[in-house]
Design a protein around this ligand. Structure first.
Ligand code: SF4
Length: 85
């Protein structure tokens, strides 16, 4: 199995405190509870960096949250046809 590349230092990505919306807690790279797949520890949910990425911009398999569309629709069967009523 290939090794993961080394994580980036805080200085390389301008890791910093913020009061804006884009924070680690809503970044697609956050690995709960307090790690990042790109940047070295420590990571705090209320901070941010230049690599912040919206969760929906990452492939589905990497998302931490699944929306309702992730569930398959219920299977049709006897008694489920609304026009039969
Ligand atoms: S904002 Fe930066 S440090 Fe924080 S989770 Fe995202 S990539 Fe990692």
């Amino acid at each position: 199995m290939p090794e993961s590349p080394p994580k980036l230092a805080h200085a390389e990505v301008h890791y910093r405190a913020t009061t804006l919306f884009r924070r680690c807690y809503n970044c697609g790279h956050l690995q709960l509870p307090s790690a990042c797949e790109l940047v070295e520890d420590p990571i705090r949910a209320e901070d941010t960096c230049d690599r912040w990425t919206e969760m929906d911009m990452l492939p589905r398999r990497r998302r931490r949250r699944e929306g309702p569309s992730a569930s398959p629709p219920p299977a049709a069967g006897p008694g489920t046809d609304p026009s039969a009523a």
